[in-house]
Design a protein around this ligand. Structure first.
Ligand SMILES: *Cc1c(COP(=O)(O)O)cnc(C)c1O
Length: 418
């Protein structure tokens, strides 16, 4: 029925709609249902336990002293993620900003940052630092080392050896989602196991997990001293208009809050300006919306496997984040894929994405984002760096029902190049 409508109203060829129909029929959404069911109840319970109230959703202004709604929402994030505390702010401008704030809060001159998951996400490279005078960690005397992944997994022995050898390592970074790499994302259980090993050897090292795209995809979040993410991805539920969160151990948050605002001010100030309601509603909806996005990712994989492309993860493989990678093999196909996704979006459906020099990325990147919140990638979106192996990264969708259109349009456009 849906696929007939797509053929008639969206101009998708019969070949592609029957591929879509078959692909969808082959999928088993049982695990998605189980995970969003558990996470939804966990979040609901956090709201009740922390005492969210109608009054607390109201705005504060100025310094924002005594903003109990802001404080309550931070307690809710902490409770849902199993952490001692959290900072949840609309004026954390992105995931990169949240991670940078945490790193600058934790690290001091002479310290070493160690990445346990190989090369970090593109936008973190300028934070770590390339040249003098850029205000990066390096500029402040913090050095950086990384232990490369081995066959796409953290090299546990290598990480422990690096920690044993260098007592200056203060923070160990683990990235859950693959970013623009062609590898499996790390599972929450796998990260938690590595966390335990690191802490057993070096209790003085803080483990920071870049949790972007991973929230609520599994039935628990990874163990970490600090968990960081963006509110225009999973935990904003498509409702938060901007923001980020930093959740974790009290001793870490007390260092980070001085960097978030100013030493001495910390988390006590920061007017919510009316964003608390959006952030709270988005967090409440997030387990469900993430389930929709995971279903969309699975359909995307099944359809492009049907067209003969390599996908990561495979349609029926366990999900660790909301990102679906498809190896398209040429820049032209990456652009056409993104144009299809754009055309199936509710906003700017008539725009044609072009590769551009996006700040923080080394190569040109093409992005499809027809979202209600600019650049939101819990909403349906697709992007790919214009570099081999010319993989495109598809993620999000507030509803699975709408994702059918974007995926079919992308498949239609790519199939015309075959
Ligand atoms: C999205 C993302 C980030 C942060 O990106 P922003 O665009 O700054 O929000 C960091 N790490 C990973 C793995 C990501 O997916």
């Amino acid at each position: 029925m849906y696929y007939e409508f797509l053929a008639k109203e969206f101009g998708i060829s019969r070949r592609i709609t029957s591929l879509g129909k078959e692909a969808e029929a082959s999928l088993d959404f049982g695990e998605v249902k189980r995970v969003s069911g558990i996470n939804q109840l966990r979040v609901l319970k956090a709201f009740g336990d922390c005492g969210m109230s109608d009054f607390r959703l109201s705005p504060s202004t100025g310094y924002g002293y005594g903003d109990v709604g802001r404080d309550t929402l931070e307690q809710i994030f902490a409770a849902a993620f199993g952490c001692e505390g959290a900072l949840v702010r609309h004026n954390i401008v992105s995931g990169t900003h949240a991670i940078a704030t945490a790193l600058f809060g934790l690290l001091r001159p002479g310290d070493v940052l160690l990445s346990a998951s190989g090369r970090p996400y593109d936008t973190l490279l300028p934070v770590i630092g390339a040249k003098r005078g850029d205000g990066s960690l390096r500029d402040f005397g913090v050095s950086y080392r990384e232990v490369p992944l081995v066959s796409g997994r953290p090299d546990e022995a290598g990480v422990l050896a690096a920690l044993e050898k260098d007592s200056r390592v203060k923070v160990c970074l683990i990235q859950r989602s693959k970013g623009y790499d062609w590898r499996e994302s790390l599972g929450a259980g796998e990260i938690s196991a590595l966390y335990r090993k690191i802490k057993a050897l070096r209790p003085d090292v803080w483990v920071l997990v870049d949790n972007c795209y991973g929230e609520f995809v599994e039935d628990s979040e990874p163990l970490a001293d600090v968990l960081v993410g963006s509110l225009i991805k999973n935990p904003g539920g498509g409702v938060a208009k901007s923001g980020g969160y930093i959740a974790g151990a009290a001793e870490c948050l007390s260092r980070i809050e001085g960097r978030l605002t100013a030493p001495g001010l910390g988390r006590e100030c920061g007017a919510s300006l009316g964003h608390t309601r959006d952030m709270a509603l988005g967090f409440f909806l997030s387990p469900h919306v993430v389930g929709q996005a995971v279903k969309a990712a699975m359909l995307c994989a099944a359809v492009f496997e049907g067209l003969g492309f390599l996908t990561l993860p495979r349609a029926d493989a366990p999900r660790r984040d909301i990102v679906q990678a498809v190896r398209l093999g040429s820049a032209e196909k990456v652009v056409e894929f993104c144009r299809g996704v754009q055309a199936g979006s509710p906003v700017d459906a008539n725009a044609a994405p072009e590769p551009w020099d996006m700040p923080g990325y080394a190569e040109k990147v093409v992005m499809a984002s027809g979202a209600f919140v600019q650049g939101s990638s819990i909403e349906m979106s697709a992007d790919g760096p214009i570099r081999p192996p010319f993989a495109v990264y598809f993620q999000g969708s507030l509803t699975f029902e709408a994702a059918r259109a974007g995926i079919m349009l992308a498949a239609e456009r790519v199939s015309r190049l075959l």
